[in-house]
Write a protein that binds this ligand. Structure first.
Ligand SMILES: Nc1ncnc2c1ncn2[C@@H]1O[C@H](COP(=O)(O)OP(=O)(O)O)[C@@H](O)[C@H]1O
Ligand SMILES: [Mg+2]
Length: 304
């Protein structure tokens, strides 16, 4: 039985994962997958495909959806992944009872060629910026509704700064979000919707801190654990990271649609790298041997 690994430029996590899976002697082997022209409706050689890169390569995403149809287990589920974005996530999380910063989805600044005013008649114009800013407060974060990798993220301190940033966003749909002036920030791996690792993180220097640096109380860690499991169960992701900014003892969910989360040893550091490699290897072997456990695939509505 084979597991195929689909990767981008990362070069520490995938080889470690392949080695880990192959060393377990579980009757399941892992290797990099090779794909050329894909025939519709044809069965794959792989029992499971682990996807780290289809968010950047539409060809892979299309292939993976067909692979699911052909009975291959794909982690993460390419249908959920295609459907989700950050703003949907904030709405979902708030309905699930997580603390979420006040967030407003904004009409785009720019549109693709061919879209004229006639196509935009449903849009309120001009926007009521004062009302929007009154709601989220200042400073605020302006970021893409489906962003990732810290791209096009702006912190703005005034209406003028907001407009200047918004003017640079082109055809991106953006959200404006309440700034959480946090005392602690954590990033949590969630694997197989059951294993959670809370990692203290320093966003100012963009680096992970050792577990000992955590200043969270056991009660707060419990809440973060529960919130992480709940949001992943609802989103249907088998591997994800959830970021929380803690203010006045409340963990605000900031970023949690990361189905190909950073797992590079030089970034996440060795202890966290070892943890995630081990857990993901076990999960993939389990899914390959015991099936995708369709019961694990919930509909969002069930959790609302
Ligand atoms: N509402 C917020 N309050 C405080 N800091 C934020 C907020 N939103 C984003 N940030 C900061 O900006 C960083 C990038 O934003 P994030 O939503 O994680 O985008 P990305 O998906 O690009 O990582 C976060 O790690 C955090 O440090
Ligand atoms: Mg982030």
């Amino acid at each position: 039985m084979k597991i195929g690994i689909l990767v981008g430029m990362e070069n520490t996590f995938p080889p470690a994962l392949i080695e880990k899976i192959n060393s377990k002697g579980a009757g399941v082997t892992a290797e990099y997958i090779k794909i050329g022209g894909v025939r519709a409706g044809e069965t794959e050689d792989y029992r499971l495909i682990f996807d780290r890169i289809s968010h950047e390569i539409p060809f892979y995403r299309s292939f993976l959806k067909t692979a699911v149809l052909n009975g291959t287990i794909v982690v993460n589920n390419p249908f959920w992944w295609s459907a989700d974005e950050k703003f949907f996530g904030y709405s979902l999380a708030s309905k699930l009872g997580l603390a979420v910063p006040k967030t407003v989805l904004l009409p785009q600044k720019g549109y693709i060629a061919g879209v004229t005013d006639a196509s935009l008649r449903n849009l309120e114009y001009p926007l009521n910026w004062e009302e929007i800013v009154d709601y989220v407060g200042l400073p605020a974060f302006l970021k893409p509704h489906d962003g990732g990798g810290w791209r096009d993220v702006y912190k703005v301190d005034s209406l003028e700064e907001l407009w200047a940033a918004y003017d640079k966003t082109g055809t991106l749909a953006m959200v404006l979000q309440e700034f959480i002036d946090f005392t602690e920030y954590v990033r949590c791996y969630c694997v197989a919707r059951k294993d959670v690792l809370i990692m203290p993180y320093d966003p100012h220097h963009r680096r992970y801190l050792p577990r000992e640096a955590s200043k969270l109380t056991p009660e707060l860690e419990d809440r973060i654990l529960r919130d992480t499991l709940l949001i992943n169960e609802a989103l249907g992701y088998d591997l994800n990271t959830v970021e929380f900014a803690v203010r006045d003892g409340i963990p605000y969910a900031i970023d949690f649609t990361n189905p190909a989360p950073d797992a590079d040893i030089w970034s996440v550091t060795e202890p966290y790298f070892n943890w995630v490699t081990e857990r993901v290897a076990d999960m993939l072997i389990d899914y390959a041997l015991n099936g995708p456990a369709t019961a694990r695939y919930h509909r969002w509505s069930k959790w609302l």
